[in-house]
Design a protein. Structure first.
Length: 79
């Protein structure tokens, strides 16, 4: 009988703890965008972009008729 009462108390206590926790409260949907922030490409700055592992990499621009190769380090002629 003691084990049944203790387990029921533990279950009730855990349900109270779960229902009272507010780990991620809901935010209002009508938030205005702040005008004092400037959006830049992934936080890397102009002329840079995020690579596959999250690091900043330069953006290479090839002339017309050419395309960038693997990892964007060289320009290759379009065939």
């Amino acid at each position: 009988m003691k084990i049944l009462v203790a387990s029921a108390f533990a279950v009730c206590l855990s349900l109270v703890a779960v229902s009272a926790s507010r780990a991620m409260p809901l935010a209002p949907l009508d938030q205005a965008v702040s005008a004092d922030t400037i959006r830049v490409a992934g936080g890397c700055g102009p002329g840079w972009h995020r690579g596959p592992y999250g690091g900043c990499r330069p953006m290479y621009n090839c002339p017309p008729g050419w395309h960038s190769g693997p990892f964007g380090r060289r320009c290759f002629r379009n065939w």
